[in-house]
Design a protein around this ligand. Structure first.
Ligand code: RIB
Length: 316
């Protein structure tokens, strides 16, 4: 194991089956698409690759199936510099897949079929625990079974490892005991709305919602509002980071880019404000490029982008 401070991504590993189309279909509608491609994805794997591209020693913990997708997914993680020693291969189970439609405006619809991701269990948690002593941050999302997320968060908390939770895809019932184990939660508009039970679509509602999440016990609540920017709240401060205007091609993995860059900045001991700016910049860059892992910036690209655009954050 490396002695550098490191990060763990505990989550899904999917093959993304992407169709591009001029507009997204409504229920019952058949549309002719423009292009089709398969690309490595999965929120867990995307966040692992985001971290590794930004120079952080990164371990992936999860599962793939013993099919050709699984093979390819492992190769891509390895090529991106992610340590895959703790990725288990399930026999007779398919790897996770995501069926993704992307329209001309870059909006998407995603259906995830978990496959091997749904088999993530206490063995994976034990593997993860063996990595924690050398680790600064643990990134998780909601594409693996909830009980394993809870166990991993408990172990990380015991060892003082920062827990960053991306509550995606959105779910209604988050166990109340999970919140106090989470140092930073990073929902988007839809997800935070589901968590708090009212629509979140502007700064006012985002501030109310982030406050509710703080009351439930998280250390920091970050509402990712897409082009409307980011609201970040802790007990001590609430601030806003505007979005970086870009030409959007495809927002798939923009949220993963945000989380990876936020975590990478914290591993580098940057301030929370700088970390949120890194996240917003990485998310913006990712939405200018098609695909999930293909769109995640290297550190050089991220720093150049920040230097060119300048960056600011505003007290609320
Ligand atoms: O966040 C984007 C990811 O969500 C895609 O790569 C897809 O696999 C789904 O998990």
């Amino acid at each position: 194991m490396s002695n550098n401070p490191s990060a763990i991504a505990f989550g899904s590993i999917n093959m993304d089956l992407v169709a591009t189309t001029s507009k997204l279909p409504v229920p019952g509608e058949t549309l002719l698409g423009n292009n089709f491609f398969t690309l490595p994805g999965g929120k867990g794997a995307n966040q692992a690759v985001a971290l590794a591209r930004l120079g952080v020693t990164t371990y992936m913990v999860g599962r793939v199936g013993d099919d050709s997708f699984g093979n390819e997914l492992l190769k891509t993680l390895l090529a991106a510099g992610v340590n895959i020693e703790k990725v288990l291969v399930n026999e007779n189970v398919s790897s996770g897949v995501a069926l993704i439609n992307v329209d001309d405006a870059g909006e998407n619809q995603i259906i995830v079929v978990p496959g091997a991701n749904g088999c993530v269990d206490s063995t994976n948690v034990e593997n993860l625990i063996s990595l924690l002593p050398n680790c600064r941050v643990l990134l998780m999302q909601f594409e693996i079974p909830l009980p394993t997320i809870l166990l991993a968060a408990q172990a990380a908390k015991r060892l003082g490892v920062k827990v960053i939770l991306d509550p995606a895809p959105a779910i209604n019932e988050v166990p109340t005991e999970l919140y106090p184990l989470v140092d930073i939660i990073t929902p988007n508009e839809v997800e935070i709305g589901m968590l708090v039970g009212f629509p979140v679509n502007d700064l006012d509602t985002a501030m109310k919602a982030t406050n509710i999440l703080l009351q439930r016990g998280v250390g920091c609540a970050i509402a990712k509002l897409g082009v409307k920017g980011v609201v970040c709240a802790t007990k001590e401060e609430t601030f806003f980071v505007p979005s970086f205007p870009v030409q959007t091609v495809d927002t798939v993995a923009a949220g993963d880019a945000f989380n990876g860059a936020l975590a990478a900045a914290l591993v580098e001991n940057l301030s929370l404000r700088q970390a949120v700016v890194w996240g917003a910049a990485a998310g913006a860059i990712a939405s200018t490029i098609s695909g999930a892992q293909s769109s995640l910036p290297t550190k050089e690209v991220l720093i150049n982008f920040l230097n060119l655009r300048g960056a600011m954050e505003i007290n609320l």
